[in-house]
Design a protein around this ligand. Structure first.
Ligand SMILES: Cc1cc2nc3c(=O)[nH]c(=O)nc-3n(C[C@H](O)[C@H](O)[C@H](O)COP(=O)(O)O)c2cc1C
Length: 393
């Protein structure tokens, strides 16, 4: 990158920081102000720069603190972990473990960092992120741009040490999502190395075998390959020197056949107690006919509103195939309390989002939690857990 580009980037970040700071002070978490002014201002900037800017704003604490106090009805326990609310930031926003505290401050119940690859790598050439504004969607082909294990380790370690001074219920839950290097000779070894290096720094670990932007990755969802991967990852997890040992989850694609899903369920069930959860789903390589955004033809994974029903259907399938015995994290197109509630009723114990946050900004997690609380009460549920899988009963 030339000096001119660096200066331009710095100016955008500083200018954007000033906009954020002013916005936060004026808006103070006000949904309408963010919706009408702050987020449209972000859309003047190209999507990757806007992403970097948003991460920096969260990393520097230039984000409003959620004014919603998590109701006890939203408290939930999954995989041995206690969540103050079930709404998390999905992997891909905080790829480099910079913005965890800022995201928790905005009201997310948990934050998944990554995907992190063993060695640092640039990812695909730019441009590689595209807004489909009319569709409330994004297409990305980042291709695992990552700072690598060493830097992620330092950042996670520092945050873990800070959090250790807080009361247990204020530490926040951090997941670590593991990826593989593009040119790695052994994908399995990359994941095993991730567990070894970062395993004690996450409350849970994710084996991401579903990003569409790394050649051959999704083939690892196949029965035999997944079984081998899970065996080795879990063996390494069991050797970690920390207690409790982090639960392991597998993140799957929305573009699987029924047979693929049955195979994944079979592997997870066979290793029950070894793999604690499934994250359903990553982005899709399909392009629904409904898309109108001018970038709809770009290569990459599609996320946001057009993915919602596809991913909810996959949550329902995986819940049924695992007889409700494995924790499911539902992700794809969530932008309201109702969307989250649908995922929960389909079988998700926890819910994540990313794309809607890129459009709605900081007020979103609190808004979703408030709406979800109302929906649970209206239907007479005493807790989130009571509603998990309700549509399948
Ligand atoms: C720009 C972008 C980058 C992403 N990067 C990752 C990633 O590195 N690892 C991963 O597991 N998922 C990644 N995802 C997928 C999200 O975690 C999520 O599964 C998907 O976007 C569906 O949720 P959404 O519709 O709420 O965005 C990424 C998504 C987007 C939009």
């Amino acid at each position: 990158m030339s000096l001119k580009d660096k200066l331009k980037g710095a100016a955008i970040i500083l200018g954007g920081g000033a906009v954020c700071f002013t916005g936060i002070n004026i808006a103070n978490g006000n949904e309408k102000f963010y919706h009408d002014f702050v987020m449209p201002a972000f859309r003047w900037v190209d999507p990757e720069r806007a992403h970097v800017l948003a991460v920096k704003a969260a990393a520097w604490g230039l984000v409003p603190r959620s004014k919603y106090k998590d109701s006890s009805i939203l408290h939930c326990k999954a995989m041995g972990l206690e969540f103050t609310n079930p709404i998390g930031m999905a992997a891909g926003f905080d790829k480099h473990a910079e913005a965890m505290n800022g995201l928790l401050k905005m009201g997310f119940g948990f934050v998944e960092v990554g995907s992190v690859t063993p060695e640092p790598q640039e990812g695909n050439p730019k441009p590689r992120v595209f807004r489909l504004t009319e569709d409330k969607a994004i297409i990305n082909r980042y291709g695992f741009n990552s700072v690598g294990h060493d830097l992620a380790y330092q950042r996670l370690k520092e945050r873990q040490e800070q959090a250790a001074h807080l009361p247990e219920n204020q530490r926040g839950i951090i997941g670590v999502n593991l990826g593989k290097n593009k040119t790695s000779p052994s994908a399995v070894q990359d994941y095993v190395n991730g567990v070894k290096k970062l395993g004690c720094l996450g409350d849970y670990l994710v084996i991401n075998v579903s990003s569409p932007n790394t050649h051959g990755l999704r083939a690892m969802q196949g029965r035999q390959q997944l079984a081998e991967l899970v065996d080795q990852v879990v063996a390494m997890r069991d050797l970690l020197p920390c207690t409790p040992k982090p639960p392991v989850l597998v993140k799957i694609a929305p573009d699987l056949t029924q047979a693929d899903k049955e195979d994944i369920a079979a592997v997870v069930m066979a290793k029950k107690g070894a793999v604690e959860g499934i994250i359903v789903t990553n982005t899709t390589i399909t392009r629904p006919d409904s898309l109108v955004g001018k970038h709809k033809g770009e290569t990459g994974g599609l996320s946001g509103a057009p993915l919602k029903n596809m991913s909810t259907a996959a949550v329902r399938d995986m819940y049924r195939l695992t007889n409700g015995k494995v924790t499911i994290v539902g992700v794809g197109g969530v932008s309201s309390g109702l969307d989250a509630y649908e995922k929960i009723r389909a079988g998700a114990s926890l819910v994540q989002l990313y794309t809607a946050f890129a459009y709605e900004g900081p007020p979103l997690p609190s808004k979703i939690n408030r709406e979800l609380e109302e929906l649970l009460r209206k239907d007479g549920f005493k807790s989130v857990s009571d509603a998990v899988g309700a549509d399948n009963r």
